[in-house]
Design a protein around this ligand. Structure first.
Ligand code: ATP
Ligand code: MG
Length: 413
């Protein structure tokens, strides 16, 4: 393979913060890898230096591109690079040292061996490592566009909620360490691990905060949901949209994959399939009313290899550049009202009974099922109490005012 292992020209760099990020999410098997690779192939053909990267532990990007991929980017076509992140390896690389020192530290504090090892394992390390790696690629300045082929919805939500969870964990750890330092004298302090965990954690928290900023910047980062015309898939797609919005990740398109091309009527089986597809298409169009929908036909052969993928990309995006920001939706807003403020958070398609709110100081916790988003409230709202929240036009509206009486907000309709 002529392009293997070559790296892009490092002299030609571009301001890292302007690197485009496109992440494909969706239910298992809908075609995320195929569409991500098609988008990348098409972007490269249009002149963008493009990297397509898989964060799925069960990689299939190499199979789809028909190339042997590894943990570092490899060139698979003109201006086209691909990478399968080995998340476990990345986690070891980023965390190995921290984890060892953390375990040592806990042991010195009298925590028994096994428990110390156990406690030192931070939740979601693999996800954080994968994100850090994506962040590294975005900052490298070597690519105009990074396309992420993510794991099925549940894991992707875990991946994308990780910056918040990590920052929470780092914050708590820091507070706990601070308290401890007050009790131990200067002598014991010297016995703490050589590597200052607090510094490492602090630096990492800083990087994660920056990364979260980049990942939620609608000018450069977009999240696209892949669906097939099938109602189970649609349900999960709605859930994906809800969670992406909850964490402030801008969704700019829906890709409707595997559409059966028009068939001549007369065959009972094909007619039934077409009718079922039409119903699903209508439901999908209604569900994602404001988000542009792109269509990808079901091809007779699996689209494998760069040429076939680029051809599919052409069918999906037509004349449009696949790296364009296709849509910018509403973001979190605070409106001044007569007796206070109205905080509006976009959470379309949310199942109302799965949503609950708690406020603590300037932090508002929005829980959807077992996923939690921590919203830091602007100063103006931090001292006020939230009233009864309600959903309107895909936005969660929470009034804040001196007049509001309900401390823990309830969800109204
Ligand atoms: N438009 C299409 N026409 C024909 N075959 C397709 C199309 N899109 C995807 N496929 C095929 O469907 C299968 C699943 O696609 P793909 O691996 O891209 O899905 P995925 O969402 O990434 O799956 P997973 O969740 O397992 O990662 C593959 O065999 C792929 O070649
Ligand atoms: Mg896949």
């Amino acid at each position: 393979m002529p392009y293997m292992r070559a790296m892009p020209d490092k002299r030609v760099t571009r301001e890292a913060s302007t690197t485009r990020l496109i992440l494909y999410a969706g239910k298992g098997g809908v075609g995320k890898t195929t569409i991500a690779a098609s988008t990348a192939a098409r972007a490269a053909a249009r002149g963008h230096r493009t990297l397509v990267v898989s964060t799925d532990i069960a990689h299939s990007l190499g199979d789809v591109l028909q190339a042997d991929l590894g943990n570092d980017p490899r060139q698979v076509g003109e201006r086209l690079f691909a990478q399968e992140i080995n998340v476990l390896e990345e986690a070891r690389r980023s965390w190995g040292k921290v984890q060892t020192h953390m375990a040592d530290f806990l042991r010195k504090e009298g925590v028994p061996d096994v428990q110390a090892d156990e406690l030192a394992i931070m939740p979601g390390m693999e996800e954080v490592a994968a994100l850090v790696q994506i962040g590294r690629m975005l900052r490298s300045g070597q690519y105009d566009c990074v396309v992420v082929d993510a794991a099925p919805t549940g894991e992707t939500i875990r991946l994308l909620s990780m910056p918040e969870s990590f920052l929470w964990y780092a914050g708590r750890f820091q507070a706990w360490r601070g308290r401890l330092m007050r009790y131990v004298g200067p002598f014991l302090r010297g016995a703490l691990p050589d590597l200052n965990i607090i510094d490492v954690m602090g630096a990492l928290a800083h990087r994660i905060r920056d990364l979260r900023g980049a990942l939620t910047d609608a000018r450069y980062s977009s999240y696209r949901i892949v669906v097939t015309p099938n109602s189970m898939v649609l349900k999960e797609a709605r859930r994906a949209e809800t969670y992406l919005n909850l964490f402030g990740y801008p969704v700019d398109a829906v890709i409707l994959n595997r559409i059966l091309p028009p068939q001549p009527a007369g065959n009972l089986y094909i007619d039934a399939m077409t009718a079922s597809q039409d119903r699903a298409l209508m439901e999908i169009t209604q569900s994602f009313a404001t988000i542009p929908i792109f269509r990808a036909p079901l091809s007779a052969d699996e689209p494998l290899g760069v040429a076939a993928l680029e051809a599919l990309g052409c069918e999906v995006f037509g004349d449009r550049d696949p790296t364009e920001v296709m849509h910018v939706g509403p973001s979190q807003q605070v409106e001044k009202q007569e007796h206070g403020y109205l905080l509006r958070i976009p959470i379309p398609n949310v199942e109302i009974d799965r949503l609950s709110l708690t406020k603590r100081g300037d932090e508002l916790y929005v829980d959807v099922g077992n996923v939690r988003r921590e919203v830091t409230l602007p100063n103006a709202l931090a001292t006020l109490e939230p009233g009864t929240a309600r959903m309107r036009d895909g936005m969660l509206e929470i009034p804040f005012g001196i007049m509001a009486t309900d401390v823990a907000a309830n969800i109204g309709s």
